[in-house]
Design a protein around this ligand. Structure first.
Ligand code: ADP
Ligand code: MG
Length: 247
């Protein structure tokens, strides 16, 4: 295949679990600087698609190229190093550490919590922590124990931990689940800001939120793409109304 300008090119991607195709010959192309939202009914395969892209699940067939480099058989940590960041549905922060320490341990030099804490906290790390903390709205809370943050703030902290690695592709699975209306608004602003320097794939159900952030929307159903395009276009698509929006 020839080189492309896409940051991510997924082609004929398939994964079978005991003969059931959770992802079925799927193609997906994401541009540099694009914020793509993936929607679709429960069980459509959205989370599985992110699992395949980040390397948590191995593909049965097909190809995943990131910046024109074949990733399909690469280990998860190597994909992280090449610039793919992934946030799972439940936040995985260190509740007993401060906001500062959570961000510090995510700095790429230190991998794993103990290794990272052994590093001397030099100015470069401190500057990066402060800048990410400001970005996620926690700049004034660096010394707070992460366990004491609100649910929304914990989600932002985890996004911040990913930003410490400065990924070129950031993938978020249902980032606003359980958030208050105000936290949702702030998250929309945050995602719009951070996609200026990178590409993003966001899985989300809240259509008002999707309308605020999406450059393009991909609708998944039964492991395949049902529709793709602008929010207006997919919202008016009878197939999409039938399997998803009508319910
Ligand atoms: P979504 O995120 O769109 O709700 P998922 O990707 O979680 O959907 O799941 C898609 C389908 O794949 C579901 O039917 C789910 O039960 C199945 N599935 C996901 N992971 C596995 C697995 N590890 N083993 C077997 N089946 C799985
Ligand atoms: Mg899911």
């Amino acid at each position: 295949m020839s080189n492309t300008d896409f940051v991510l090119a997924v082609e004929d991607l398939t994964v079978s679990f005991d003969g059931f195709k959770a992802i079925d010959a799927l193609n997906l192309y994401v541009d540099k600087g694009e914020l793509r939202v993936i929607i679709g009914p429960n069980g459509a395969g959205k989370t599985t698609l992110l699992d395949l892209i980040c390397g948590r699940t191995a593909a049965s067939a097909g190809s995943i190229k990131f910046k024109n480099v074949e990733m399909t058989r690469l280990a998860e940590y190597k994909r992280v190093r090449s610039g793919i960041g992934r946030k799972f549905q439940t936040p995985s922060i260190y509740e007993n550490l401060s906001v500062f320490q959570n961000l510090e341990v995510s700095f790429p030099r230190g991998r794993g919590v103990f290794g990272a804490l052994a590093f001397k906290c030099d100015q470069e790390v401190r500057d990066q922590v402060q800048s990410v903390a400001n970005e996620i709205g926690l700049g004034e809370l660096l010394d707070m124990e992460a366990g004491l943050l609100s649910h929304g703030q914990k989600q932002w902290l985890e996004i911040g931990m990913l930003l410490m690695q400065d990924p070129e592709l950031l993938m978020l699975d249902e980032p606003i689940a359980g958030m208050s209306a105000r936290e949702r608004e702030l998250t929309a602003d945050l995602l719009k800001r951070i996609c200026k320097n990178r590409s993003m794939i966001v899985i989300e159900h809240d259509m008002a939120f999707v309308a605020q952030i999406a450059h393009k929307v991909t609708v998944m159903h039964q492991g395949k793409i049902l529709a793709e395009g602008s929010m207006e276009k997919v919202q008016q698509d009878p197939k999409v109304i039938d399997v998803y929006l009508g319910h």
